[in-house]
Design a protein around this ligand. Structure first.
Ligand SMILES: [Zn+2]
Length: 272
């Protein structure tokens, strides 16, 4: 599943190249998770603005409103300056512009492209409501993380995955950040002290920033808009390394299941 770093890498791969373009044509394939919400022809001749990201959503502003895009489980966006090839079986949205074509390929079709009159207006506002703070922006502080975890009895791993305290800490990054911070993923969220939240916030920032730098975790279906996969997973400290020696203490990395998701931890390095 594309996670925040992959979505950010995707954004960077086309944002500058498409800004200032004019929409020439819009092609729709099979239905995606949600309908476009406007006649496709109404987008033609509109100018395209600078793409931004909120959580795992991308917002592409147009002259009138904009497009809120999500990659779902298996989606990828590719921007090509070459004349567009005919859409394949899994290509369900083409935004043909004067600068090139932005194409959503999504075999499982949980992704979406939704028109909204504004990013702060429905339907975009409704879809973006309840998202936690952006982990790579200055507003993400230890104090904010600590306040968000306070009073929660759920495990810290699950509290982070929920995305309402901080967005974008997906399963891989969550395991890696908790390892870096020395926190057992089963620790009750409300019991993580401010001091440990300082380490955790720092670890989340570093893990996500490193993933963006390295090109995201390579997942089967993910490619950024230039078709590159990522190297993050090859450098994972604990994720996917059950039974292997911990790179820090030499102990054995364990796999557990929390909320039906796999968690990886080193019992020697991580404590409740
Ligand atoms: Zn260890």
């Amino acid at each position: 599943m594309p996670e925040l770093p992959e979505v950010e890498i995707t954004r960077r791969s086309f944002a500058e190249r498409i800004e200032g373009a004019t929409v020439r044509q819009v092609r729709l394939g099979k239905p995606l998770r949600w309908p476009l919400g406007c006649p496709a022809e109404s987008l033609v001749a509109q100018a395209v603005g600078a793409a931004s990201r909120r959580g795992k959503y991308l917002w592409l502003p147009l002259e009138r409103g904009g497009l809120l895009m999500h990659l779902g489980m298996s989606g990828s966006l590719a921007f090509s300056e070459a004349p567009p090839s005919p859409p394949g079986a899994h290509d369900h949205f083409d935004l043909v512009t004067s600068r090139g074509t932005l194409r959503l390929t999504d075999p499982r079709r949980f992704g979406a492209v939704v028109w909204s009159p504004g990013r702060d207006l429905d339907p975009a506002a409704r879809l973006l409501a309840g998202l936690g703070v952006e982990p790579l922006e200055p507003g993400f502080t230890a104090e904010r993380l600590h306040a968000g975890l306070q009073g929660r009895r759920v495990a810290v791993k699950q509290a982070l995955l929920a995305g309402d305290v901080v967005v974008g800490v997906g399963n891989i990054y969550c395991s890696e950040a908790l390892f870096a911070a020395g926190i057992d993923p089963r620790t009750a969220a409300g019991r993580v002290s401010l001091v440990r939240c300082r380490r955790l916030a720092q670890a989340i920032r570093e893990v996500l920033q490193r993933a963006v730098t390295l090109g995201g975790s390579t997942l089967r279906d993910f490619h950024d808009a230039q078709g590159h996969g990522g190297a993050f997973q090859e450098q994972a400290q604990v994720y996917g390394r059950a039974g292997q020696p911990c790179r820090r203490c030499g102990g054995t990395v364990q796999r557990i299941v929390q909320g039906q998701r796999a968690s990886y931890l080193c019992p020697g390095c991580q404590h409740r």
